[in-house]
Design a binder for this molecule. Structure first.
Ligand SMILES: Nc1ncnc2c1ncn2[C@@H]1O[C@H](COP(=O)(O)OP(=O)(O)O)[C@@H](O)[C@H]1O
Ligand SMILES: [Mg+2]
Length: 238
């Protein structure tokens, strides 16, 4: 029963297609893909093959032309979007574009909590944020700084902490390390993997970096020119 549950699909894309008006070729061309609960699902492919389009369509940030997406076995358009957004988070490549540059790190981390919920007691959010700082090895001294005062790697940790603040069940990471140097990327990838395993969060990790995929993947899918050309479980990690 437990083993079966762990293999449950969170998303199923069935013949999903999308073409941008200006483009001759579709960005998504009859995509069929299963994304599993509580697993690190990875998507690899060359630049321009449709990875980010797939991520945006999956997260309901963009429409698609034809096909179907099932979310936990149900049609996506039957799911209340507010609930969906809380449970499914996205993290993009450039952390500086993901945060308000005029907010302190403290405000950035508190914002999603305040928008979604009134604190039950005075210290509730503080405890939550303190826990996230610890988990992501973020020094408390960062809280009063502004995004421009942090390095890309430091800020990417903040962006993940903010995404985790709402205790999501699933998170899409679209090339989260590609704006970082290799040493910083290697440090972050270990930290991120520990967190995903510890919190049992499902992940769609998008990358064109084979070593990153090898290190993280429970499942790997390869994309080429808008199509999934290969999907399989890996034995890289288990
Ligand atoms: N907003 C957009 N408008 C028009 N074309 C787009 C847009 N976003 C992506 N594309 C095109 O769709 C294709 C897939 O892009 P994208 O999903 O960004 O690929 P990847 O993330 O794999 O680099 C590319 O040809 C790209 O130029
Ligand atoms: Mg992309």
């Amino acid at each position: 029963m437990t083993a079966q549950f762990k293999m449950a699909p969170r998303f199923e894309l069935i013949n999903v297609s999308k073409r941008y008006l200006a483009n001759q070729f579709p960005a998504l061309d009859n995509v069929n893909l299963v994304i599993y609960e509580k697993k690190i699902n990875t998507l690899m492919g060359k630049s321009g093959c449709g990875k980010s389009t797939l991520a945006r369509v999956l997260m309901s940030l963009e429409n698609f032309d034809s096909g179907e997406i099932l979310y936990r076995g149900k049609a996506m358009n039957s799911i209340p979007i507010k609930e969906f957004r809380k449970k499914n988070q996205v993290m993009f490549q450039d952390p500086y574009l993901s945060v308000n540059p005029y907010f302190t790190i403290r405000k950035i981390l508190w914002e999603p909590l305040l928008i979604n919920k009134k604190p039950a007691h005075k210290n509730e959010f503080k405890e939550k944020v303190d826990h996230l700082l610890e988990l992501l090895e973020i020094p408390a001294s960062f809280l009063d700084r502004y995004p421009s005062e942090l390095s890309g790697g430091q800020l990417q940790r903040i962006v993940l902490a903010r995404a985790l603040a709402l205790a999501p069940e699933f998170i899409v990471l679209d090339e989260p390390f590609s704006s970082l140097d290799e040493i910083m990327a290697a440090r972050l990838i270990h930290c991120f993997k520990n967190i995903f395993t510890q919190l049992e969060i499902g992940v769609l990790f998008i990358s064109h970096h084979l070593n990153h995929v090898k290190f993280l993947a429970d499942y790997v899918a390869i994309m080429e020119k808008g199509r999934i050309i290969h999907q399989e479980p890996t034995n890289y990690t288990n």
